[in-house]
Design a protein around this ligand. Structure first.
Ligand code: GLP
Length: 270
């Protein structure tokens, strides 16, 4: 087991340029082999600069025609065309600006009859498997330490399923919905086990607001109470942070390459 690498950048913009470079390399090398690149995508404010950078790269010639995507999650109760659905979010911020075929785009459905939910979740897992598994999974981190919507109590081996949203998560989303009462109470999310099967994972976090939970995820115990802590056991995960998000780190398990600025503590051996 190798601990996640921690990469601290001067700004989110610098971090996403590095990551977009890695993703374009993956997409181009797969295209050269006549293969698809399978990306797990995330929502929230955090990935927005990455999506802008990917859209920019597309305008400079990067094709996404050989990309298949699977989003982490979707609110239950929101139709695709709802302004706050993740379907709308992903189209507004990425898919409308690149050339991915619509048939390659996958998000869990937000409108399903109760009885159809388990089969839908099983099928989502099967589609990821049939695509060859996730080459890359992008993550943010929620206030409760969740990845996707794997709220406290999500087992390490959980799969795609319906979950109840934590009150903190609903409060965080309240401004976008015009009040906490408008925020859905449930969602469908990939499970921790689904996410951890990705061959490469990058978690993004910006700003001091994320500092404490980033430190807990990296240096706290592995626990269902903080699903991001399971990333400590993943063999190919990086945390891409700005200085604010890295400001509470007690220890830096394994610094990454020379292309990034590491905090002073990361340079101290041991
Ligand atoms: C939601 C999403 C997560 C995301 C989190 C943080 O809970 N389901 O995938 O990481 O919000 O959002 P933000 O990036 O806006 O802080």
């Amino acid at each position: 087991m190798s601990a996640p690498s921690i990469c601290v950048f001067d700004s989110a913009e610098v971090a996403v340029r590095e990551l977009a470079g890695e993703l374009s390399e993956l997409i181009r090398s797969r295209a050269a082999e006549g293969r698809m690149a399978v990306l797990g995508l995330a929502t929230g404010a955090t990935p927005l600069p990455l999506y802008q950078e990917l859209s920019r790269l597309h305008h400079q010639g990067l094709s996404f025609a050989n990309v298949i995507s699977f989003n982490l999650d979707e609110y239950l109760g929101l139709a695709r065309d709802h302004a706050e659905s993740y379907w709308t979010f992903m189209h507004r911020n990425l898919f409308d600006h690149i050339d991915m075929p619509e048939s390659n785009i996958h998000l869990p459905s937000g409108v399903l009859p109760e009885a159809a939910i388990p089969a839908h979740c099983t099928e989502y897992e099967a589609r990821i498997r049939d695509a060859g598994g996730l080459d890359f999974q992008l993550l943010g981190i929620g206030g409760t330490g969740h990845i996707g919507f794997n709220e406290p109590g999500s087992p390490r081996d959980s799969r795609t399923r319906r979950v109840l949203l934590d009150e903190m998560t609903r409060c965080d989303a309240a401004p976008a919905f015009g009040g906490v009462c408008q925020v859905p109470t449930q969602a469908i999310t990939m499970g921790c086990g689904t996410i951890l099967e990705a061959r490469r994972i990058v978690l993004l976090a910006w700003g001091e607001r994320k500092a404490a939970i980033v430190n807990t995820a990296l240096n706290g115990p592995l626990t269902e109470q903080v699903s991001a802590s399971f990333l400590q056991e993943h063999p190919n995960t990086s945390f891409y942070l700005d200085h604010g998000a890295a400001s509470a780190l007690e220890s830096v398990p394994s610094p990454c390459g020379s292309t990034v600025t590491l905090p002073r503590r990361a340079c101290v051996p041991g």
